[in-house]
Ligand binder design. Structure first.
Ligand SMILES: Cc1cc2nc3c(=O)[nH]c(=O)nc-3n(C[C@H](O)[C@H](O)[C@H](O)COP(=O)(O)OP(=O)(O)OC[C@H]3O[C@@H](n4cnc5c(N)ncnc54)[C@H](O)[C@@H]3O)c2cc1C
Length: 447
């Protein structure tokens, strides 16, 4: 017979921790303040739940301590996750390395977890707000809006501040702070970026293949220290008062979505954490977008010359037909200083060169990341220096474990954040059960 384990938060990491703790012999209670568990899981992967990815590398996970996530993931890797869900009845389906349930329904993943909680007789209390966790004897007392509970071990899996309508309202950070943890400022990540230019109103709804390079302004000191990565500011870039140099912070390629306020889509999500962090530090940020990422510069210039020679009678607007989305073409022509009604045959070399620059290096000023409401995850969270990656036990209090997005760990888009939730939850739950069981014997012996 094991000890008592309380799990705070019935999300992906909390439910995995609960299953592992119960399988380890503990009597487990999950406390969840929403009216049901796993609300966030339902919105993952556009309702289909991209629950992991076959391509796993340490660099896909970001953290203040670079090796921390991988040390946890190695203990419960992707293969173990697939096995875990297969045992719960989930047949996995693969798309470009991303794994989804074959049902294409996120609700199947949640249901499979719920059935396992039931089978293991895990007590789930919903509508229960945890207000405080305190060390007490060899364990903890947990104060909620419904009363006080005690346990030998606690797993804090209360999520971040991202998508608060699903329950992760940031109250987990306050609980961690109350136990002496430091919180690395949480910022929205995997999120859309807002841009300064007015032409976005015209571009709303355009989707196109593109490569995005995100640049962050370098301070004089950084600039001097890192001359190798230095790139010159491009012409009239940004707001006309370009800093000396910019650092390439991140790049990605995929389907770019243009909205009436800026840029969205997976490549934007992938670079967004760097924009959030830089803007938070009051640094200027710009993106350089390549709308023809399949071509070399030489191929683009040759294509422009070829088209110029073969369709001289067309207007510039007609000349762009078939190259890119029409709305986007009009904005690129305008930025290149070409009139849509102008005859293509009359455009000089400098006009084509200007258009070439817009096609391959369209600059845009990033003014903000969208808010936590739109973010899929947060970067920042509980400082991982204060957590042992071998067990997920807090270094601030024995018997306290942390799991999931509450920690300063965020993955790239593609199933990596749920993988982090499953892995950290599994390690935390199994170790919490062991600890609670040992604490129980100590308590019994001291009576
Ligand atoms: C729209 C969207 C799509 C996404 N798609 C994917 C995807 O396809 N693949 C992927 O890998 N990741 C995806 N993610 C990210 C992924 O869902 C999260 O990283 C993951 O669910 C985090 O799990 P968690 O258990 O740490 O936190 P959460 O799932 O947020 O769970 C925390 C739980 O704690 C509860 N709670 C909080 N505070 C308290 C309190 N004080 N008392 C009691 N309960 C509390 C909350 O209500 C919540 O249920 C997506 C996220 C969003 C928003």
């Amino acid at each position: 017979m094991g000890g008592q384990v309380i799990i705070i938060g019935g999300g992906a990491s909390g439910m995995t921790a609960a299953v592992m703790a119960a399988r380890g012999g503990a009597a487990v209670t999950v406390l969840e303040h929403m009216d049901r568990v796993g609300k966030k899981i339902l919105s993952t992967g556009n309702g289909r739940c991209n629950f992991t990815n076959q391509d796993q590398k340490p660099e896909y996970y970001h953290c203040g301590q670079a090796d921390f996530p991988w040390r946890v993931l190695e203990q419960f890797p992707m293969e173990r996750t697939v096995e875990f869900f297969a045992e719960l009845g989930i047949l996995a389906k693969e798309r470009n390395g991303c794994l989804y349930p074959n049902s294409d329904q996120a609700s199947s993943v949640l249901d499979a977890l719920r059935f396992e909680l039931e089978r293991l007789q895990i007590r789930v209390t919903t509508g229960c707000q945890v207000r405080e966790i305190r060390p007490e004897g060899n364990g903890f007392s947990v104060r909620t809006d419904q009363g006080k509970l005690s346990a030998g071990a606690v797993v804090l899996a209360a999520g971040s501040k991202a998508a608060p309508s699903t329950g992760s309202d940031g109250s987990g950070y306050e609980l961690a702070r109350g136990l002496g943890h430091r919180i690395v400022t949480p910022l929205p990540a995997l999120v859309q970026l807002r841009c300064a230019e007015k032409d976005y109103k015209q571009l709303a709804g355009v989707r196109t293949d593109a490569k995005i390079d995100l640049y962050v302004e370098m301070s004089r000191a950084e600039s001097a220290a890192d001359r190798t990565k230095r790139v010159p500011a491009q012409g009239s870039s940004v707001d006309g008062s370009a800093p000396d140099s910019w650092r390439l912070a991140a790049s990605d390629r995929g389907e770019l979505q243009l909205t009436d306020y800026g840029i969205s889509g997976i490549p934007v999500f992938q670079v967004s954490r760097y924009a959030s962090a830089a803007l938070h530090s009051k640094k200027r940020v710009k993106a350089v977008i390549d709308f023809l990422p399949r071509q070399t510069q030489e191929e683009t210039m040759a294509m422009l010359c070829r088209r110029a020679a073969s369709m001289p009678e067309r207007t510039c607007e007609q000349w762009m037909c078939g190259l890119l989305n029409k709305k986007l073409s009009l904005v690129l022509l305008k930025r290149a200083g070409l009139k849509p009604s102008e005859c293509a045959g009359c455009v000089g070399e400098s006009g084509w060169a200007a258009l070439g620059r817009q096609l391959r290096a369209f600059e845009t000023v990033i003014t903000a990341a969208n808010s936590f409401d739109q973010a899929q995850v947060c970067c920042g969270g509980v400082d991982t220096l204060e957590v042992d990656p071998a067990t997920m036990m807090s270094r601030k209090g024995r018997g306290l474990y942390l799991a999931g997005e509450i920690l300063d760990v965020d993955g790239i888009c593609g199933g990596y954040n749920l993988q982090w939730a499953w892995s950290s939850g599994a390690v935390a739950g199994a170790n919490a059960a062991r600890y609670a069981s040992a604490a129980r014997y100590v308590n019994a012996a001291s009576k």
